[in-house]
Design a protein around this ligand. Structure first.
Ligand code: AMP
Ligand code: TRP
Length: 364
């Protein structure tokens, strides 16, 4: 199946862009700022279907609608947790290849590697001087990730400040992300307002764009209490975009369900089965109740095999394109280099303006 026909099969969904409230009013002159979209993804492992349905699919739609879009493979974020250098470097390549294979088109957007544009780290420092420790300490992702650590890296604590810099460096107005990122976008909005109040109007208001459908967060196949995540040590907890068919079958068979054999949709009471139904619903565009009625004749054991079939069929064009792309790392590198050059020229302008406003430059 060709990629475009596979994409049109998807549900027409509602996207909500939630304007995020902040402590200071947004000055009038920043309202009506030019719409620009920015988002990022960490190259910590192969992209999974939660990344795809939670973020990347929307990136592609926005890019295809002709929006001004900038996407970054955020490698500086990924080192907040320990990474094996060779593996990280391989993951940067693989992550970029899976974005391209998912339909991200470097001619319609700017796609670049975060660390290639040094202004991210520089603006991050300026913003770190405006952020407060209690505010960062309350962010749920930080709390979740640090709870089991004996020694918490400073980078993990200030990671959302770097994320704010990513967005603000391009004066982005809209940020498409999964709902787990909402509080981080809220911080960016807050830091933008704080900067504007202290140094004069510089940054536009920032809106998070989140999926309004009930599946903004796909759950782990092994522990339906947790979200599907690249960093889960159990690879069976997630379906990678480039998993081979037999791996997909194996993962679906091992997916945690419960002791009831009917296929019914109860996202609170039967989370494991609901995740499988969500997957079919997302891949086919059919609402969950229709998926249930079409599978009322089989038990959850057989349903798992149907889920595998649907996933294999849906992911086939991405996997094939990915396998073609990873054979040519120099092409991927040139895509990222070209993106970095374009990103740098925008970032440089914002950085000069920030330096002037903050006073960290010599007066002429
Ligand atoms: P990450 O894997 O943390 O780099 O996330 C990249 C993007 O995918 C972010 O916009 C996340 O909100 C989104 N995302 C990550 N995991 C999931 C999931 N399980 N379900 C839906 N969206 C997700
Ligand atoms: N923190 C995001 C995540 O873990 C990734 C990210 C980094 C991002 N910088 C960003 C997302 C800027 C949106 C905008 O998924």
């Amino acid at each position: 199946m060709h990629r475009s026909s596979f994409c049109t099969k998807f549900l027409k969904r509602k996207l909500s862009s939630s304007s995020i409230s902040s402590s200071k009013p947004i000055p009038n002159e920043t309202i009506g700022a030019k719409k620009r979209i920015f988002s990022g993804i960490q190259p910590t492992g192969s992209l999974h279907i939660g990344n795809y349905f939670g973020a990347v699919r929307r990136w592609k739609e926005l890019q295809d609608e002709g929006e001004d879009v900038i996407f970054s493979v955020v490698d500086l974020h990924s080192i907040t947790l320990r990474q094996e250098p060779k593996e990280l470097s391989r993951n940067i390549l693989n992550c970029t290849a899976s974005l391209l294979a998912s339909g991200i088109n470097a001619e319609k957007c700017i796609l670049f590697l975060q660390s290639s544009v040094s202004r991210h780290a520089e603006l991050s420092w300026v913003l770190a001087c405006l952020a407060t420790m209690p505010r960062l300490g309350h962010l749920p992702q930080y709390k979740e990730k640090s709870v089991s650590m004996k020694e918490i890296p400073l980078g993990l604590f200030i990671y959302p400040v770097l994320q704010s810099a990513d967005i603000m460096l391009y004066k982005a107005t809209h940020v498409p992300v999964g709902e787990d990122q909402l509080q981080h976008i809220q911080l960016a909005q807050h830091l933008g307002n704080t900067f504007n109040a202290r140094y004069g109007h510089t940054f536009p208001p920032i809106k998070a764009m989140v999926e309004e459908s009930g599946v903004a967060r796909l759950r782990s196949l092994r522990n339906p209490e947790k979200k599907m995540s690249k960093s889960d040590p159990d690879p069976k907890s997630r379906i990678s975009l480039v998993d081979e068919p037999k791996v997909i079958v194996e993962k679906c068979k091992k997916a945690i369900t419960d002791f009831t054999s009917e296929v019914t949709y109860d996202p609170e009471g039967r989370r494991g089965v609901a995740t499988l139904i969500d997957l079919v619903s997302l891949c086919t565009g059919k609402p969950p109740h229709q998926v249930c009625s079409e599978n009322s004749d089989i038990d959850t054991g057989k349903f798992k095999l149907r889920v595998a079939d649907v996933l294999i069929e849906t992911l086939k064009p991405i996997r094939e394109e990915y396998n073609r792309l990873v054979k040519d790392p120099s092409h991927i590198k040139s895509v990222l280099d070209n993106g970095a050059e374009r990103a740098h020229s925008i970032a440089d302008k914002t950085w000069s303006e920030v330096r002037k406003k903050v006073g960290i430059t010599l007066q002429k």
